[in-house]
Design a binder for this molecule. Structure first.
Ligand code: ADP
Ligand code: MG
Length: 479
């Protein structure tokens, strides 16, 4: 699972859960409060009724009070309300439950009646009687003398029924909270992704670029948090890499430079001997000497390449830019490798988009780039294959040159690192025809193209050939 998804899922669970928990706790407190208020107002109404009953004077008025209060105080839940007189007999009774027998005059016998009679003050009894009722009882007194007892028994379930709207309301609120939590979590994760993942993405991108050889790529170091620290450390690391790289380049350039003169001296001597100036050679001696000269020239080529890369990287190879005829440059490049192509059995083709005449370039550099790309294409294309060289306009400012072949191709994961120095594709190393090379040709091409303000890239699929393309600015003559 990707990081933004993980964050969103985690946040959704946490935020939604927390919101639901708060709503749930709020609901419970609200419900408790509503129940307590209901009970308080019930008790206060019955206490008033008990007081009024005490002062009523006549039995008829007592019954009337009992009935009136019963009808006012949650009548839908009332099981019975009774007035028990001083002798323990039921003096009056109100019940809204159908089928209630007439108990008037009988002795109050239910256990909660008895408990009520014994209690000196207001009493609440739970789970009494056959229907697990709640009974409230209140002494009825006049001038400090107990006259009777009032008992009101309620069915607890029915008593709470009017409060059902609270549960209903919270059910809807909980759903709303879940939706709200979900929305908030999505927004929060988007914001977090932006603030947290963007720097991470930048870091991944920077690491990729450094891996591809762009050692001077730097990250912004703006923030003070851990990501800022990471960026700073990353930059220190790449600075160190650049230092080491420069040290290595200097060392290699120095060594190769020192190798150059003696090597050319040796080659010159060998030429003198081969020319017969030091006396005749046997055929075997001549063959051995020619092989020595071939190897020496390969070595001299490598040394020249290394020194050229070093010069280009140091910016010590100024370009002499001038309008260069595209057709002429391509014909030159092709004729330089024609003999080699014939020897290898590879056909060559050139396509130039009509109307494309001049680019602004250093002609030696262009020859060098095309020569490198063509020699690579020939090296990796088996006999019977083709290599084609093409040029076209791209927009109003650029020309794109391509060298395409039908050869062995390059695995996709190698494409981005091809242009680094000394980089060769291990998968196809054994398939090069002729001289194995050193992996510097494409690095030189990239330096030269970039010095012109252009780009160079490769496209390929293994087994389906490769296409190397680069851009150069059009000359004013061509625009
Ligand atoms: N046309 C091509 N087809 C297949 N592989 C190629 C082609 N061009 C370049 N490569 C790969 O890129 C590597 C680097 O090329 P280059 O820098 O010219 O070095 P060299 O030719 O000295 O090996 C080659 O060794 C080869 O693995
Ligand atoms: Mg090459």
């Amino acid at each position: 699972m990707r990081l933004p998804l993980k964050l969103a899922a985690g946040l959704t669970v946490v935020v939604t859960g927390t919101l639901i928990l708060f709503v749930e706790l709020g609901h419970r407190a609200f419900h408790r409060e509503a129940v307590a208020r209901q009970e308080a107002s019930l008790i206060s109404a019955w206490e008033n009724a008990a007081r009024a009953t005490g002062e009523a004077g006549s039995p008829e008025r007592r019954v009337a009070i009992l009935r009136a209060v019963s009808e006012l105080c949650e009548p839908q839940a009332l099981e019975e309300s009774v007035l028990v007189d001083g002798e323990g007999r039921i003096a009056a009774r109100v019940s809204f439950t159908p089928g209630g027998a007439d108990y008037i005059g009988t002795t109050a016998s239910r256990p909660y009646h008895i408990a009520a009679l014994r209690s000196a003050g207001t009493l609440r009894q739970d789970d009494v009687g056959p229907r697990r009722q709640r009974a409230y009882s209140f002494p009825v007194s006049l001038a400090g003398r107990r006259l009777a007892t009032l008992v009101a028994a309620y069915r607890a379930d029915d008593l709470e029924r009017p409060l059902a709207w609270i549960a209903d309301l919270t059910r809807r609120r909980r759903l709303l909270a879940a939706l709200l939590g979900f929305g908030v979590a999505l927004l929060a994760s988007a914001a977090l992704s932006a603030s947290l993942l963007r720097p991470l993405d930048r870091l991944v991108e920077a690491a990729r670029r450094v891996r591809e050889g762009e050692l001077r790529h730097r990250l912004p170091e703006a923030s003070d948090d851990e990501l800022g620290v990471l960026s700073r450390e990353f930059n220190r690391m790449t600075e160190r890499l650049v230092e080491l790289d420069e040290l290595k380049d200097k060392f290699v350039a120095q060594v190769t430079h020192d190798l150059r003169s003696p090597l050319h001296g040796m080659l010159g001597q060998a030429d003198v001997v081969l020319g017969g100036y030091e006396g005749p050679l046997t055929p075997k001696q001549e063959e051995a000497l020619r092989s020595l000269v071939r190897s020496g020239k390969d070595l001299a080529g490598l040394i020249d390449d290394i020194l050229e890369v070093a010069r280009l990287e140091a910016g010590k190879a100024p370009l002499e830019r001038a309008p260069v005829g595209v057709e002429e440059a391509l014909e030159d490049a092709v004729s330089a490798v024609k003999g080699e192509a014939e020897r290898l059995g590879v056909s060559l083709a050139v396509h130039i988009q009509p109307g494309l005449s001049f680019v602004s370039a250093d002609s030696t550099s262009l020859r060098r780039i095309l020569g490198n790309l063509l020699s690579n294409a020939l090296k990796f294309t088996p006999a019977g294959g083709q290599v084609s060289l093409s040029a076209r306009r791209d927009g109003a400012r650029e020309a794109v040159f391509s060298v395409a072949d039908s050869g062995v191709g390059i695995p996709e994961n190698r494409l981005s690192s091809l242009f680094a120095k000394f980089s060769q594709v291990p998968e196809t190393r054994g398939r090069a025809r002729g001289h194995a090379g050193s992996g510097l040709g494409l690095a030189i091409c990239r330096e030269l193209v970039e010095a012109h303000g252009g780009r160079i890239w490769a496209e390929s699929k293994p087994g389906e050939g490769a296409r190397f393309s680069f851009t150069l600015p059009l000359s004013a003559h061509s625009k």
